[in-house]
Design a protein around this ligand. Structure first.
Ligand code: SF4
Length: 338
């Protein structure tokens, strides 16, 4: 019976009803194995078997959202100095990585001027490909400037796509503004990256509606999946941690709905989630290097390079490569065109 549901996705356009049934029934492990096999095959056929490296710097600008999102502990309150970010970008590029994200925080009034000046500073020292993720506000003129500057994509993270739930968990933010940004990028021909939070109280139907909302955007190139973590002292601390099983099945169904889109792992996941993610049809961008404001505890899993007393490059490529090599996969430095 479940096999017949999957076979329908070969012969007809997947519908929300079919996607929801597959997601529900894949809770049974025997079904999930069949789903993962199909999703992995779709990934290999549509975007290839090779993975590729990316990197990221988070918390570059302060988050001014009030009240804070009820699950968040990672907002920053200060600007990271532009020269330090540029030095980090150069340090990442010196490792051979050709792609990076600049992320956070959110300001509903926009950080347009600060963002353009920061990119100019980075461009003075590095030609690394840049993607930006700064909440929902970006003027159309700034978007055109970013396009002229060669920015590879703009992120608009909806996180949840149900108005009532969004209002509950992101009361100081605007779902409408985030949707407007995706729509503006679509009209202007700018690639879009987005994020979806799994396990924050949304129903399975909400997830499917979210994925089908995104499906209509041809410029969507990357969707990243956060796995909810109930941080103590947050408004969501009473919710259960999102199960990796729940996440993997959702990624596999997303692969059937969005076959050409990069499907990645975001906050709340760690490196040990990578094998299940790949098995479920996730891929192909992998974050190998991040930037930390603190010197991390020594770990055999990562190499640390000092940029300044406030900034360190955390290089996780060795461990990730080891995991992926075990699965017969390699990670390239070349980025696919969006
Ligand atoms: S917008 Fe919300 S999730 Fe993002 S940094 Fe600010 S408080 Fe945290």
């Amino acid at each position: 019976m479940f096999t017949e549901l999957l076979e329908k996705t070969y012969t007809q356009e997947i519908t929300p009803e079919l996607a929801l049934r597959i997601l529900e029934e894949s809770a049974e492990p025997d079904n999930a194995i069949k789903l993962f096999e199909v999703a992995s095959r779709v990934r290999d056929e549509q975007i290839g078997k090779d993975l590729w490296w990316s990197s990221g710097i988070s918390g570059i600008f302060p988050c001014t959202v009030v009240p804070r999102c009820t699950y968040c502990t990672y907002f920053t309150e200060n600007f990271l100095p532009s020269k330090d970010i540029a030095a980090a970008a150069k340090g990442i590029a010196d490792l051979g990585i050709k792609h990076m994200h600049l992320s956070g925080g959110t300001n509903l009034q926009g950080y347009d001027r600060e963002l353009v000046e920061l990119i100019q500073e980075i461009h003075r020292v590095s030609d690394i490909d840049i993607e930006v993720n700064l909440g929902p506000s970006l003027a159309i003129d700034t978007l055109r400037v970013l396009k002229d500057m060669g920015i590879k994509s703009v992120t608009s993270s909806l996180e949840v796509c149900n108005d009532e739930l969004f209002q509950k968990v992101k009361p100081g933010d605007s779902l409408e503004a985030r949707k407007n940004l995706i729509e503006m990028c679509e009209r202007e021909g700018m690639s879009v990256r987005s994020m979806i939070m799994i396990g924050i109280g949304e129903t399975l139907k909400d997830r499917i509606n979210h994925l089908f909302y995104l499906k209509k955007f041809h410029r969507l190139y990357n969707l990243r999946f956060s796995r909810f973590y109930p941080y103590p002292k947050t408004g969501c601390s009473m919710l259960p941690r999102c199960s990796p099983w729940d996440l993997a099945r959702t990624i596999a169904v997303a692969r059937l709905i969005l076959p050409h889109v990069q499907l990645g792992l975001a906050a709340g996941n760690n490196h040990d989630d990578i094998p299940l993610w790949l098995l479920a049809g996730g891929g192909n961008q992998v974050g190998g290097v991040t930037i930390s404001r603190k010197l991390p505890q020594p770990s055999p899993e990562q190499q640390v390079l000092r940029i300044s007393d406030q900034l360190y490059i955390i290089d996780n490529r060795q461990l990730i490569e080891h995991y992926l090599k075990d699965m017969g996969r390699r990670v390239l430095y070349e980025c696919p065109s969006n």
